[in-house]
Design a protein around this ligand. Structure first.
Ligand code: SIN
Ligand code: MN
Length: 267
């Protein structure tokens, strides 16, 4: 898969790019079949929601399961990232954000680089977040909300929120979010906030300074999303304060597997 010029231009303009049908149904079913056992494990890398006791995010999942290892090395993700950042990239973080039916909690407005910089000492906002929807994501089951163009505000002030959810996060204050939404609205009144929805198998790419969040899942539908963060080797973390599953320490250049590695019968 090669990103087209207009896709690269829209990523540059908005800070995110939606890729419908990046993975097929059989590939997603194979990945989904691995999730129940992984979520049932007692493992510090399974971070539990505050209220429900359900898994919020299952981290380091490529080191716990061979099929998710293949997804973390999939050429449709690695190839796209290499097109955008033409330099060696390492696997910074791999997880599935679960957001279970009726209980999946909020992700506050934030941009990932605030965490990567403050917690891990990553110098520049060059990491790419690559998502794959493992469930259909609709308006009701807690889709990600993006503020188009908010990546252009760069690395602005963020506040460390350790109490709202079970996952400490550097978040963006409402006054700043308001300004970003007004900016997006001035560019296109119909796209002040975009909900990233789509069928299972949809891919997403977004930049490290793009402001995003997601609401609670009030629906009866689970919403699992796989996330792979790749960072240039030249921009590696300089601090080891967070557990390894939150920022991996292996800075070797990630190698892509075969395109059919998630097809039935592939070795
Ligand atoms: C979410 O899974 O809803 C948010 C994930 C993120 O912040 O990347
Ligand atoms: Mn995020």
């Amino acid at each position: 898969m090669t990103l087209k010029e207009h896709q690269l231009a829209s990523l540059e303009r908005d800070g995110f790019l939606v890729l419908p049908d990046l993975f097929g149904l059989s590939e997603i079913q194979l990945l989904q079949s691995r999730l129940p056992a992984l979520l049932a494990q007692e493992n510090p890398a399974n971070i539990i929601e505050k209220a429900s006791g359900q898994v919020r995010t299952a981290m380091g999942i490529h080191l716990r399961d061979e099929i998710f290892a293949k997804l973390a090395h999939h050429p449709r993700l690695i190839g796209a990232a290499r097109q955008i950042r033409a330099e060696p990239l390492y696997i910074q973080q791999v997880k599935v954000n679960v957001k279970a039916a009726f209980s999946g909690e909020v992700w506050q407005w934030h941009y990932d680089f605030a965490t990567h910089h403050h917690d891990d000492g990553v110098p520049e906002p060059l990491a790419l977040n690559l998502h794959v929807f493992l469930d259909d994501v609709n308006d009701f089951n807690g889709p990600l909300y993006f503020i188009p163009g908010s990546h252009k505000f760069g690395a602005h002030r963020a506040v460390h929120d350790t109490s709202t959810t079970s996952y400490p996060l550097w978040v963006v204050e409402p006054t700043v979010v308001r300004e970003m939404i007004a900016n997006a609205e001035a560019i296109d009144p119909n796209r002040a906030i975009v909900a990233a929805t789509g069928k299972r198998g949809t891919g997403l790419i977004f930049f490290d300074t793009l402001v995003h969040g997601s609401p609670v899942n009030l629906s009866p539908w689970d919403r699992s999303i796989f996330s792979l963060i790749l960072n240039p080797v030249s921009n590696a973390s300089t601090r080891d304060t967070r557990p390894e599953f939150k920022h991996h320490r292996d800075f070797t250049d990630v190698q892509a597997d075969a395109d059919d590695c998630l097809q039935y019968g592939a070795g």
